[in-house]
Design a protein around this ligand. Structure first.
Ligand SMILES: [Zn+2]
Length: 55
């Protein structure tokens, strides 16, 4: 089945540290928001500023 190959594909990993403030991103958040590059604080700020960020 071709589906199995897709399932095994690794997800985009989350960063360990926020790209904006360099604070460590809590593991719970990294797991919840796969591929996130910002801590919750900076993510919220980015969204408020109208920037589009997935994750
Ligand atoms: Zn941050």
């Amino acid at each position: 089945m071709a589906l199995a190959a897709h399932k095994a594909a690794p997800l985009k990993a989350s960063l360990k540290d926020c790209i904006d403030c360099d604070d460590p991103i809590p593991e719970a958040r990294r797991l919840a928001a796969t591929g996130c590059a910002r801590c919750a604080e900076c993510q919220e700020l980015s969204e408020k500023m109208g920037a589009r960020y997935a994750g």
